[in-house]
Design a protein around this ligand. Structure first.
Ligand code: IMP
Length: 194
């Protein structure tokens, strides 16, 4: 039971493996599957971008594929950066940009959510979508050194995602939530074709 994850992001690959491999699935990276590509994320929604990535890798490998398109939605920024999360500022400045945009925003208006849309393309080329969300708030500074991306400014209760262990994050995260639905889909429909 092998499935390819359409990503070049090592952190996503690690998290998806931590969540799916205990369920008996072997997750291949796209490069292990022979698809050394970078797909342009030209969609307007998480679902469109997840499909673009999954489809490009499916077309090259013919194997069942999943892709995750994810991002951070900040209430005080009307949902930004959203699908632009990976491009919100140059590398290393994205969290800083959000912290400064929220500089004078009070506690009760600092709500945010991480969203993950997983597109699964089955061996017949049929896409299916699973969306997970986790709600939290934007902190006032970077906290913690675990995780990646926006984890150190995303507060889940009184700790940031970067202060939680991988196991703790994987119990509640947007990605875990979407992948849980995918696992439920596999348990009701079988993984024989995967
Ligand atoms: P994309 O899905 O490749 O478009 O990139 C997602 C963007 O959202 C990247 O900038 C990530 O750093 C950020 N992101 C997605 N999921 C997480 C997460 O679990 N923690 C922190 N940042 C995330």
């Amino acid at each position: 039971m092998k499935i390819v994850l359409a990503t070049n992001n090592k952190n996503k690959l690690r998290e998806v493996r931590e969540i799916l491999e205990p369920a008996g699935l072997t997750v291949l990276s796209q490069s292990e599957a022979g698809a050394d590509i970078e797909v342009e994320e030209s969609g307007k929604t998480f679902a469109e971008n997840a499909y673009l990535k999954a489809k490009a890798v499916f077309d090259l490998t013919g194997l069942p594929v999943i892709a995750d398109d994810s991002g951070l939605e900040v209430d005080a920024l009307n949902g930004a950066p959203g699908v632009f999360s990976a491009r919100y500022a140059p590398e290393g400045q994205r969290r800083k940009r959000i912290l400064s945009e929220l500089e004078n925003v009070p506690d009760e208006k600092r709500g945010a959510a991480f969203v993950s849309c997983i597109c699964y393309i089955d061996p017949n080329g049929e896409p299916r979508y699973f969306t997970g969300k986790v709600f939290g708030t934007i902190g006032y500074e970077n906290r913690g050194t675990n995780g990646f991306g926006y984890d150190s400014i995303f507060m889940y209760g009184d700790r940031s995602f970067a202060e939680m262990s991988a196991e703790e994050k994987n119990e509640v995260s947007h990605r875990a939530n979407a992948l849980k639905q995918l696992k439920e889909f596999f348990s009701s429909n079988g993984t024989n074709n995967v």
